[in-house]
Design a protein around this ligand. Structure first.
Ligand SMILES: [Zn+2]
Ligand SMILES: [Zn+2]
Length: 120
């Protein structure tokens, strides 16, 4: 999944249930895989997979660099934060797109609430 063209990942691929980083996508790979849809933010829901109606355990948080000024001190936070806007993929589509071998079986009862780790 790592193409090696860019040192920095533009977007991470994260298992939102375990918080495990599965890999990353640079800007070019994101384009090749998703076209402009992620940049444009035209997905319909952030509760389900981008491509089907399965719930999406795999999150694609964009890389964010935040600079906060607190008491004149510059604090820099960076990372792949999972937010309500973060696009999701189901296990099957994540496997297809990224050539992963994730267990596509139900890992939890259907309809259960998914809890997201605050940061990855
Ligand atoms: Zn790439
Ligand atoms: Zn899907």
């Amino acid at each position: 999944m790592q193409c090696g063209r860019d040192a920095e990942d533009d977007r991470a691929v994260v298992d939102s249930e375990t918080g495990t980083a599965l890999g990353g996508l640079c800007h070019r790979c994101e384009r090749e895989t998703f076209g402009i849809c992620l940049e444009e933010g035209v997905w319909e829901t952030t509760e389900r997979c981008l491509f089907c109606s399965e719930t999406g355990p795999i999150a694609l948080p964009a890389y964010k660099l935040e600079i906060n000024l607190v008491d004149g001190q510059e604090g820099v936070e960076d990372g792949h934060a999972l937010t309500d806007e973060t696009p999701l993929l189901c296990t099957r589509h994540a496997n297809d797109l990224f050539d992963l071998k994730l267990d596509a079986g139900d890992r939890r009862p259907r309809g259960s609430r998914r809890s997201r780790p605050p940061n990855v």
